[in-house]
Ligand binder design. Sequence first.
Ligand SMILES: Cc1cc2nc3c(=O)[nH]c(=O)nc-3n(C[C@H](O)[C@H](O)[C@H](O)COP(=O)(O)OP(=O)(O)OC[C@H]3O[C@@H](n4cnc5c(N)ncnc54)[C@H](O)[C@@H]3O)c2cc1C
Length: 391
Amino acid sequence: MSEAAPRDVVVVGGGPAGSATAARLADAGHCVLLLDRAHFPRPKPCGECLNPAAVAALAALGVLGAVQAAGPARLRGWRIQPHDSLAFSGSFPDDVNGFALSRAVLDEILLDHARSRGVVVRMGEQVTDLLWSDGFVVGVRTRAEEIRARLVVGADGLRSIVVRKLNLLRRPPRLRKLALAAHVRGVGDLDEQGVMYVHEGGCVGVAAVGDGTANIVVVAEGEEAAHVAGNRNGYFDRTVRRYPALSAAERIEEVLATGPFDWPTRGAVADGALLVGDAAGYYDPFTGQGIFRALRGAELAAGTAGAALRHGDVSAAALAPYERARRRGFGPGERVQRLVEFFVARPDLLKAVAGRLARRPALADALIAVTGDLKPVRSLLSPRVLARWVF
Ligand SMILES: Cc1cc2nc3c(=O)[nH]c(=O)nc-3n(C[C@H](O)[C@H](O)[C@H](O)COP(=O)(O)OP(=O)(O)OC[C@H]3O[C@@H](n4cnc5c(N)ncnc54)[C@H](O)[C@@H]3O)c2cc1C
């Protein structure tokens, strides 16, 4: 069955990227349909930390009040604890903070916001293919029907079907990491700090998410990931118990697993389609910037897509300003992510860097500000900051 009149936009995926893009395009007067294969709340392995830039993006979207009313935990910075070496802490500037909040709550708030802006949301509808006409994407196929739209937004996360059907995956994912996530009780007061323990073969991230509950993500790298096979609960519990500060942690749910993480795309636009959020490209969750990029990407995407729809031209060329804005906005941060992953995978180097950062708190603050998307990457290269690295 095929719908007669095409909608303006069909958004595939109702996570932060899809909900925010849909809400913004509906706000601009477009007729938007959002499809998600899941029924929310759906399992989504995530560290659930919103960095200060993500908080600002929630405010810009108009949902900060609803997020605050949901009682998130405040996040003032991060402590990084490499195995067998000094820990270092970095704080966000005094006037800003991040939040940590369960994804079940956050994603529902964002989806409700999209509904309130007039987006038609249909859950439990999996997109299986794209519809084409003369080389242009003109809609999507679900298990039940064909839906025509002037523009298709792929916001369907890692392993996006939209990316694969557009042939925009640059190469198969190869960052061989596996992440295990669960909520726990009993880790005590984290003093509004996230903590990242780094050990040979992986790391453990901990953040309070409110209501006496904490989120723990265990990452197993490379060959270590093979030890998880078939026993994700056991591996998670064993790894968490390695750390005395977490020995009282009591897991309150089944462990969720995900990996590999990287999702290298060749671009984020095509004739009649664009990609946003993880679908548009993803590297590594260590620095926890994904939700900010989903929300900020939605803002950039909706700006370009809105203009393209108004002018009646949704070709890749008309959508290209979005692609360029993404490169400018996210490119430098991605290079920092790669650098961080380089050090995390080399314990001796990390130990040396951690020692230096522990002795120079201002330098640690500068690094945390960059990974928190508060300061541009070039701020790490200013003469003042460079001098702190050297002396
Ligand atoms: C282990 C881990 C820890 C992380 N920790 C953090 C953190 O602390 N802070 C942070 O900011 N980021 C973190 N991230 C990244 C963050 O989770 C993502 O960047 C964010 O969820 C991206 O949002 P999205 O909307 O693009 O995708 P998603 O949230 O994944 O949403 C995609 C949606 O698309 C739907 N979908 C998929 N396929 C189809 C289909 N065929 N048809 C219809 N619907 C479909 C899915 O059901 C899903 O609801 C972490 C990631 C991982 C893996």
